[in-house]
Design a protein around this ligand. Structure first.
Ligand code: SF4
Length: 60
């Protein structure tokens, strides 16, 4: 499973809580920018799909 990050859904004005729910630390955030996923680290657990109230993380 690949995860798409829909950056245009992110208000980009706060620390992304999803960086803390990823069990392998694959979700990164530079400043308050929209998060990114390190595909080399992601284990496709799907937790981020349910974590963001804006629906930024979507199954590809
Ligand atoms: S699917 Fe799981 S491992 Fe991959 S970025 Fe989301 S929370 Fe992290």
């Amino acid at each position: 499973m690949e995860i798409n990050v829909l950056a245009n859904r992110c208000p980009q004005n706060h620390p992304c809580p999803s960086t803390r729910i990823c069990p392998v630390g694959a979700i990164k955030q530079a400043g308050y920018a929209a998060p990114t996923i390190d595909e080399d680290l992601c284990i496709s657990c799907g937790r981020c799909l349910r974590s963001c109230p804006y629906g930024v993380f979507q199954q590809a």
